[in-house]
Design a protein around this ligand. Structure first.
Ligand SMILES: [Zn+2]
Length: 118
């Protein structure tokens, strides 16, 4: 299974999903801005058509503890652009260009602040 964060540009909240390797079934998900993972008893059919995703990591049930500490947050930048930030205990990441080149950006700080209010 794999852990992916949705990065589709639409009005629906982008959650983080646990999908099987074929990306056709969802086994669970982490609600945007939340740290707890919800696993389904039976996988639900999932459609990736017209949506975009950011691959986070391979997931096997054994990593449940790790996953609990991953939070995905969407942050609005100063120009109104939306960035997807993933907060982990040890390392965090963002899909903006600043993070890509410098390995740090202000969105991660903003995401941490946002979490204080959810
Ligand atoms: Zn960023």
């Amino acid at each position: 299974m794999i852990l992916v964060q949705e990065t589709t540009d639409w009005t629906t909240p982008n959650h983080t999903y646990i999908l099987d390797d074929s990306r056709q079934y969802m086994h669970g998900y982490i609600k945007q801005g939340r740290a707890d993972i919800e696993m389904f008893k039976t996988p639900i059919r999932f459609s990736t058509r017209g949506r975009s995703f950011h691959f986070i990591k391979k997931y096997n049930g054994m990593m449940q503890e790790d996953v609990k500490h991953i939070v995905s947050v969407q942050v609005e930048g100063s120009k109104g652009n939306k960035y997807n930030v993933i907060l982990e205990d040890s390392k965090s990441s963002c899909d903006c260009t600043g993070f890509k080149y410098r390995g740090e950006c202000k969105h991660i700080g903003l995401a941490r602040e946002m979490l204080l209010y959810v």
